[in-house]
Write a protein that binds this ligand. Structure first.
Ligand SMILES: Cc1cc2nc3c(=O)[nH]c(=O)nc-3n(C[C@H](O)[C@H](O)[C@H](O)COP(=O)(O)OP(=O)(O)OC[C@H]3O[C@@H](n4cnc5c(N)ncnc54)[C@H](O)[C@@H]3O)c2cc1C
Length: 409
């Protein structure tokens, strides 16, 4: 959806979206859109719409498994960015983007129920064939100048280019996700992470509507390293889980600012998903075919970067298509810019990214601490936070001052 809006904004209106699902449904739970991606949504004229549903996150606090504070940093506008960090329901974000696509491009450009099954290319164009997934009925032949595989972690387009790659890689961590209505947490706009890697919870509010009523809709995501002999849970975003399994690892996480078992118990439905990613690829440049978002660079949801990096991909690709002499040159330029940048985030997330501090504290002070300074210095804390922001492309100064990706017309 963001790619379609970006192309239109760059003067390319002959765009069609082929979506496997029979309807565009507002699925999922919470997601974070970091300031570098909010800037792009803002330049597409969507800031008011996304800010109207999500929460402008103002800080991130890290706690040990004993609920002792390890780190706090301002986020978004509070950290000096010109754009907020938005914590938002994934479905509502999709809803904003989908409505904009329908209004600006036209609903006839969104072809739901079209599952891409095969494609090929010649010197002057690409072709694709879609089917209706449930019936298996063929939906005919499509021709275009460029095919962009934005088809997620199980991408058909990626598999056709890398047939031997196999399934996504699991790091042994299972994630449980849910949303719970609650009293507002700390500042009401705070994101918190507590525990240590492999036994940690991330919590943040995601709903402006709840905030307006003095309440909070808290998105939570628990992460547990399961025993090595346990099988991976299904890689299906809609796979639901049992309450007891989700609560058990966090029974002791009862803090004065947050009762984790009560939070989990309050969710109407709990989803389960394995933490998976894939190795960075040697190229996304296949002439008139390329990849974008999770199809190109699925990454662990550490540092909240998956959706943000997909949005930036879309803006860069549209920018290059508008400015380069040919489709092939644009794809090559997009690949050269975005592939190394996103590979760095995939690797950083495998190295725990900003969560490294939790690991250090758990390792050095498993029974808690009296003075944090005795366990980890403020310089070490600062170094870890700053390094990750640079890698993921959301250093405030660089972001605030870099030129726009909008194409002057
Ligand atoms: C149902 C769902 C729920 C999710 N919930 C969360 C969440 O709660 N929190 C979170 O952090 N992340 C969630 N994610 C992942 C998150 O959306 C992505 O990591 C991120 O936004 C990158 O987006 P993407 O567009 O690259 O991939 P995705 O959001 O995965 O979108 C890929 C799209 O391609 C479609 N598709 C797949 N194969 C084909 C095909 N052959 N032909 C046509 N269309 C195809 C899929 O139906 C899907 O709509 C969810 C993804 C999905 C699909």
């Amino acid at each position: 959806m963001t790619l379609a809006l970006s192309l239109l904004d760059a003067g390319i209106a002959d765009v069609n979206i082929y979506e496997s699902a029979p309807r565009v449904e507002e699925l999922g739970v919470g997601i974070n859109v970091l300031p570098h991606a909010v800037r792009e949504l803002s330049e597409l004229g969507l800031l008011d719409d996304v800010s109207g549903v999500g929460i402008s996150t103002d800080g991130w606090l890290l706690y040990s498994k004993h609920g002792q504070q390890i780190w706090s940093e301002p986020r978004g506008l509070a950290a000096g960015y010109r754009w907020p960090q938005l914590s938002i329901h994934r479905g509502q974000l999709l809803g904003v983007l989908h409505r904009a696509v329908r209004d600006r491009l036209g609903r006839e450009h969104v072809h739901t129920g079209h599952h891409l099954v095969r494609f090929g290319q010649g010197t002057s164009g690409v072709w694709g064939e879609c089917m209706e997934r449930r019936s298996g009925a063929s939906l005919g032949h499509i021709e275009a100048d460029l095919l962009v595989g934005c088809d997620g972690v199980h991408s058909v387009v990626r598999r056709a280019q890398y047939p031997d790659e196999g399934p996504p890689k699991w790091n042994g961590i299972t994630m449980w996700r849910g949303v719970t209505e609650a009293a507002s947490l700390l500042s009401g706009r705070t994101m918190i992470t507590a525990g240590y890697f492999g036994r940690h919870i991330v919590v943040y509010p995601i709903s402006k509507a709840y905030e307006n009523q003095g309440r909070a809709l808290l998105n939570w995501n628990t992460n547990v390293k399961t025993a090595d002999d346990q099988p991976m849970s299904p890689q299906d975003w809609d796979h639901t889980a049992r309450l007891e399994d989700a609560i058990a690892p966090f029974a002791s996480y009862v803090f004065d600012f947050l009762d984790v078992p009560a939070l989990i118990r309050g969710a109407k439905v709990i989803y389960q998903y394995p933490m998976v990613d894939r190795d960075p690829l040697p190229t996304w440049n296949f002439g008139r075919v390329t990849l974008l978002g999770d199809a190109a660079h699925p990454m662990y949801p550490i540092g909240a970067n998956g959706a943000s990096q997909a949005i930036i991909d879309a803006r860069v690709l549209a920018h290059e298509l508008a400015l380069q002499q040919s489709v092939e040159a644009a794809v090559a330029a997009y690949d050269a810019e975005r592939r190394p940048a996103t590979a760095a985030v995939v690797w950083a997330n495998r190295g725990l990214g900003p969560l490294e501090v939790l690991q250090i504290v758990e390792h050095r002070a498993p029974n808690g601490f009296t003075n944090l300074d005795d366990i980890i210095s403020s310089q070490e804390l600062q170094r870890i936070a700053t390094t990750y922001k640079g890698t993921a492309g959301f250093d405030a100064e660089l972001l605030n001052n870099r030129p726009s990706l909008s194409v002057p017309r």
